[in-house]
Design a binder for this molecule. Structure first.
Ligand SMILES: Cc1ncc(COP(=O)(O)O)c(C=O)c1O
Length: 439
């Protein structure tokens, strides 16, 4: 036994490597096998199939079910994309401010790697939020940051607390990261069950808890308790020995201020935001087509992946995320779009106002249907219980045939519900006309 250069092409034997730590250096210590390489490979090939290389916990993973891309939907429904009313993914129907198209149209260096530290974007987000850029990290959507946090925090077998019904990516990413999920269901009014959370933390010793405020899919607005986590509740959870990831993906549509600045005071708090008002806008189908026309240097599909999310982190945590993140996670186009959108706060404010007004109109219209029970919302969607013998899945499918896409829920934690995103007034009108056919 000795130290062998396992990369040497001339090495005639298979090497079984072990690592040995010597001082601060790790060395590969290998034992040369006396069995010829060819024979071992042949034996191995008989036994091995591709999936035997996959990590054990991932072989049981159920895939995340994303929404269908617009063009696939269009061919399945046999309708032109512009004839589809898309109210199933909480996207913003108004498109980004003109500055985004201009900035993308005059991109100078799309062929150079982006800034790995997204400096311009983080400076713009710092201006927008009032929190210094050193606390902010940007990602390829908030989704990337959820996974990155788990990769940095969880050892295999660690536990997270999830409070369903909620955004299902927490559970999905926990499975990808080989973590166990302790479910502490929300109460029937969708508020958090603090006592159960405390018990779960005490008994199960989870590493972190994911909380969405306002929550998706309910966004529930009530007089006293609702899906917004108030200061008192948040402080109670922060007092527990657990990392709290507060997902504020829909905070703009509520009356609540973001807790981003709280990360300076609480070492166990992370706040996530998504660029819904400026980022999600970029990804609407029509925007992509227009952008593709402007940016003929980009393949159409390259733009569909343009995404921006960001988070506020205590300095003691952000340092590790910097080390572990993919170096070029925010593309040049994504950074440029987000910076350009942030230059026009008036436009973003107007879009928000339009959506808030439309949310109230939509809610009042939905209330009139005997088979729907809509909940007032803090968000850009409205959750409705489907009742009076009507089936939620069938309602969604029948509406899809009419070219109106909504989301339905038929799982243990939320059965017999649909969620409708707030669109433009004309989209609401089509939806209501279609719903009247069920009366
Ligand atoms: C609660 C919540 N968090 C995060 C996300 C993901 O945001 P992004 O599109 O920035 O990845 C979503 C998207 O629907 C969401 O509902």
């Amino acid at each position: 036994m000795g130290v062998v250069d396992i990369y040497s092409a001339s090495s005639p034997c298979l090497i079984r490597a072990k690592t040995r730590v010597e001082g601060t250096k790790k060395r590969v210590v290998a034992m040369a096998s006396i069995v010829p390489v060819e024979q071992q490979v042949n034996e191995g090939q008989q036994r091995l199939t591709g999936d035997s290389f996959i990590r054990t916990h991932l072989r049981k993973l159920s895939p995340y079910q994303p929404i269908l891309p617009f063009e696939v939907l269009s061919s399945r429904l046999g309708r032109k994309p512009e004839d589809i009313i898309k109210l199933d993914a909480n996207e913003n129907p108004y498109g980004p401010p003109p500055e985004v198209f201009e900035a993308l149209g005059s991109l100078k260096f799309p062929y150079i790697y982006p800034d790995p530290e997204s400096r311009r974007l983080r400076a713009a987000l710092a201006d927008d939020s009032g929190l210094e850029a050193e606390y902010i990290l940007a990602g390829c959507g908030a989704d990337e940051l959820i996974d990155l946090i788990m990769r940095c925090v969880l050892d295999p077998g660690d536990k997270i607390v999830d409070c369903p019904p909620t955004f299902t990516m927490y559970e999905f990413d926990a499975a990808v990261n080989d973590a166990a999920v302790i479910k502490v269901p929300r109460k029937s009014d969708f508020s958090l069950d603090i006592e159960l959370i405390k018990d779960a933390v005490e008994q199960e010793k989870p590493k972190c808890i994911f909380l969405t405020s306002p929550n998706n899919p309910d966004g529930r607005r009530l007089l006293f308790y609702d899906s917004i986590i108030n200061d008192e509740v948040l402080l109670k959870i922060l007092a527990l020995p657990i990392l709290v990831v507060l997902d504020e993906a829909y905070i703009e549509f509520s009356t609540m201020e973001s807790r981003m600045k709280w990360v300076k005071k609480h070492e166990n708090l992370i706040v996530l935001r998504t660029s819904r008002l400026f980022g999600k806008l970029v990804f609407t189908w029509i925007s992509i087509v227009v952008l593709s026309a402007i940016l003929c240097i980009f393949p159409w599909l390259g733009l569909a992946g343009l995404r921006v999310g960001y988070g506020a982190f205590p300095l003691s945590i952000i340092e590790y995320l910097w080390r572990a993140k993919q170096p070029y996670n925010v593309s040049v186009a994504a950074e440029v779009s987000a910076c350009a959108a942030l230059q026009n706060p008036t436009y973003l404010e107007n879009v928000k106002e339009a959506l808030l007004q439309e949310r109230e109109r939509l809610y009042n219209l939905l209330k009139d249907f005997p088979f729907l029970n809509p909940y007032p919302s803090h968000s850009n969607f409205i959750l409705c219980a489907v009742k009076s013998g009507m089936d939620a899945k069938k309602l969604k499918e029948d509406l899809a045939k009419m070219g109106v896409m909504i989301r339905h829920y038929d799982k243990k934690e939320l059965k017999g519900y649909v969620r409708i995103s707030v669109g433009k007034p004309e989209q609401t009108d089509v939806l209501i006309e279609c719903l009247r056919r069920f009366n």
